[in-house]
Structures are given as C-alpha cells and as structure tokens.
Ligand binder design. Structure first.
Ligand SMILES: [Zn+2]
Length: 474
C-alpha cells in the first residue's frame, strides 16, 4: 500500500515597520539611501552606546497583534539573542523571546475562494540586522538596515497544504498595509519569510525534525522552495533516511535549496533579558485605546461588503487588493448608491485603462464624483456603457466630462427621449413588431440595432431593451 505523507509547515514572517525613525536610535528608517549613510554609533553597535526605544514600534506591534486576534502581554520586554555574525555588530540581536507583545492569536483571511484561518503563536518586536552583500570575493556590509524595526509573526506549524500559504501571506500583507504599519514591499525586503517544513508519514505523529528555509523574499520563492523541499524530503524518507534539523537557503537560479548549517539548538542563542531597556508594563486601558486602530482590516471590509452590500466575494477580494483602490471606491460611493456598478466599472474598465496608460490609482485624475455621475447617467439611460468605454481612456487622464461630451458631439439621451425614439422605430417597422408579437423574440436585436442607429450608439442597450419589451407587448 502506498504510504501517505503529511506536510507540516510553519512560517516566520518579518515585516519592517514604517516608523520614521529606527527602533533604538534617531536614524532615518528609509529604503534606498546610499550604503552606510543612515547610521550612528547606536545602530552600528559601538561600545558605550545605549538604545533608546521608539514607542511608535510598540504601538504598531499592539495594533497588529489586535488585528491577528492575539492575546496581549501586559508585561512585555526585550531579550538578547546572542550570535556572532557580521550583520549584527553588537554580537547579539535585541528581540523578544519570553514575553512577546502578542501570543496565541488566530488570523482569519480570505482568498478568492473563501475563508480560512491559521493559529498565530506569537508576534514579537525586534531590530533588523545589517545587509550583507557578497561581491566578487568581498563581503560588503550596509548598516542602513541595522535597527529598522521589525515585527516577527510566527505562525503555528499548522499549514498542511502549500497552496494555503500564498493566500495567508497575501492577506497578511494587505492587513499590514490597511493598518498602515508597513508597506510590505517584498522587492525592498520589507516583508521576508523563513519557512519551516517537515514531513510525517502518520497524520497523528509530529515529525521530530524541521527544516528551515531562510530569507525568502518573494511569494514565488516561498512556494517554489517549499515544493522543492517537500519532494526532496519525501524522497529521502522513502529511501529510509533520517532527517535532522537544519537551515537551508533557496537558490532561485537553480531552483534548489542548499544546506546553510545544521541548526543550533535553541539554547545556543543564550537568550537573556535586555537590561538596557526597561520592560513595559501596560495597562488594560492603555492597550484597549488602540483597539479601534485595528478595526479596518481587509477581513472586516470583505465581510462587510459581502454580507451587508451583497458584493460577490471575488470582487470584494479584488477591491481590497490595494488600499487606495478601496478608498477610491468609498469616495465614489459617497455620490451614488450603485455599489455593484461602481465595483464593476472600477475593477473592469477603470483599472484596465489605468494599466494601459501606466497610471496608478493614486495618479488617476478621474474624480470620484465624476465616475459617480457617469454611472448615474448610464443608469438613467443618458449615456450608454459602450460610449463610456470609449471615453474612459481620456477620463482617467483627467479630461473634463462635460467638455468630452461636447467634443464628441454626444447627445445626451434621457429616458424620455429614448422612449420617443423607440416609439418612432416601432411605428416605422410594423412587420417586425408583428413577428415579435407572434413569438419571435430574437427580433429584439433588430430593434436594438435600430435604436443604436438612430442614437448614434448613444442609447443604452440594456435600458433600450427594457423599454422595447414594455412597448412591444402592449
Ligand atoms: Zn542609528
């Protein structure tokens, strides 16, 4: 009998917080500055310096912990993780070990297909390390990254399907962006993942090893490296080999993982409390005050759109892909109640034209009130959807709606005018009217064609059809 394999995966996701300053000094927290320019004696670990904690980091950590439904530690503190490596000039990293900000959470997330959740073990604050670059035999170190605040989100090892990992990461990213705690830009390294994977032959037995793949900086690298490790481990296990704890890296070019080191036991880090930063004693009142900052998550928004506005999940999911897109929708919805129509136009032709013109939603010049007006005009039969499609390339670039209507010699057809035109068409085509009345429904397209002809494509087909049917059956 073929043996079944059970995959056990846990993720450690690092998110760089978007504070203006670093976590323990006044250096700028920014990306892309020339190497070693955002540095000072503190973040380069000079002897005799003392860290001064940036409280904005704690605020953001608490907000994110709320959003992931974590319990919050009222007593929380930093610990030292001792290790010797040039990316950490102090020879230890200031992180959290025993009393992380958040613990025992559950993160609910959506994909286009539905809802899922994963247990969160802990959320901890820590400092980022310097960036090491290998360059033709030289090792170059950029300390600009040292001391940038990080949140480490540690999931329980309860992923069993590699396909669930992308939706989790995608939603984690959206949540951080909606709550304005990080830009989660993977190209800039502000979201990085370490993944643990092990395989069991028995669903009820937790494997006695785990293999960690370090520093994955794209979703596709996370997926491909896990698929590779999954197959590699199954192959070794099926040959009767025993697997041990180890840390591996992902080789994007050759699509393979490589052994970095046999993993040190956790006690090798010799965690000790960080004596230079006093522990935090938080009050219930203090942290409760932050709860409302964690309210507007994409999870809450999607629930609201689907349950209260009857928007399809797939569309609600797409609308929350970018915070700015969702915010634009909110602006348009202040001027018209046709929520579904707004979403259809936004996700369809507006996004299409923006892409075509290489404009972001932020740069778009089409005012929310103008889009709302266009949608209302379509509803009232004054403009056809077909015509609006031809106008959008100019509208997204900021062309004035009234000017465009004038330039294109568009006659605005009100419902009344459309009715008058249709009355005339019915009068002029008695033969076809008779055919329709005798049951030949397909003749409707002939009438719609006539309406388009008469109005120069400006009568709305859907509305014309509605009026035609009403009039023809009389
Ligand atoms: Zn500094």
């Amino acid at each position: 009998m073929k043996s079944k394999h059970y995959t056990v995966i846990g993720l450690e996701t690092h998110i760089q917080l978007n504070t203006t300053k670093k976590i323990f000094c006044n250096c700028k927290n920014s990306y892309g500055a020339p190497p070693n320019t955002n540095i000072c004696p503190i973040c380069t670990g000079q002897p005799g310096t003392l860290p001064v904690f940036n409280k904005d980091v704690l605020r953001k950590a608490l907000v994110f912990s709320y959003a992931l439904n974590c319990k919050l530690n009222l007593f929380t503190r930093f610990d030292r993780k001792n290790y010797f490596y040039p990316d950490t000039p102090k020879n230890y990293q200031i992180t959290q070990h025993d009393y992380p900000v958040g613990y025992d959470g559950e993160f609910y997330f959506y994909s286009e297909k539905g809802q899922d959740s994963i247990k969160i073990k802990s959320i901890q604050m820590e400092e980022d390390s310097a960036k090491i670059k290998h360059d033709a035999g030289d090792i170059l170190i950029d300390y600009n990254r040292a001391g940038i605040p990080l949140l480490e989100i540690i999931s329980e090892a309860s992923f069993h399907d590699i396909n669930n990992i992308m939706p989790y990461l995608e939603f984690l990213k959206r949540t951080a962006r909606f709550l304005k705690i990080s830009n989660c830009n993977m190209e800039e390294g502000s979201l990085r993942v370490d993944a643990n994977i092990s395989i069991s032959t028995d669903k009820n037995i937790i494997p006695d090893y785990k293999i960690e793949i370090k520093n994955l900086n794209s979703f596709i690298a996370v997926k491909n490296s896990l698929l590779y490790e999954h197959d590699r481990q199954i192959e070794l296990l099926s040959k009767g080999k025993k697997l041990h704890e180890e840390t591996r890296s992902w080789d994007e070019k050759n699509k393979k993982t490589h052994l970095l080191r046999k993993k040190e036991a956790i006690s090798d880090y010799r965690f000790i409390p960080e004596a230079n930063i006093p522990p935090f004693l938080l009050s219930e009142k203090e942290i409760f005050a932050l709860k409302s900052d964690a309210d507007l998550t994409p999870y809450f928004i999607i629930n609201n759109l689907v349950n209260n506005y009857h928007i399809e999940l797939k569309q609600a999911y797409k609308l929350t892909a970018h915070k700015n897109l969702y915010e634009y929708f909110i602006e348009v919805s202040k001027y018209t109640y046709s929520y579904k129509k707004i979403i259809n136009w936004l996700l369809g032709d507006v996004v299409f034209n923006l892409r075509k013109a290489d404009i972001t939603i932020d740069e778009m010049k089409l005012l929310p009130e103008t889009l709302a007006k266009v949608i209302e005009m379509i509803e009232n039969g004054e403009l056809s959807g077909k015509l609006v499609k031809t106008m959008l390339p100019e509208l997204v670039k900021g062309k004035d709606l009234d000017k465009l209507i004038e330039e294109k010699n568009i006659i605005i057809y009100s419902k009344k005018e459309l009715e008058r035109t249709i009355d005339k068409i019915i009068k002029d085509n008695p033969k076809e009217v008779k055919l329709y009345k005798n049951g030949k429904e397909s003749i409707l397209s002939f009438f719609i064609g006539k309406v388009m002809e008469e109005t120069g494509d400006q009568g709305d087909p859907a509305l014309s059809k509605e009026i035609l049917i009403n009039k023809l059956i009389k």
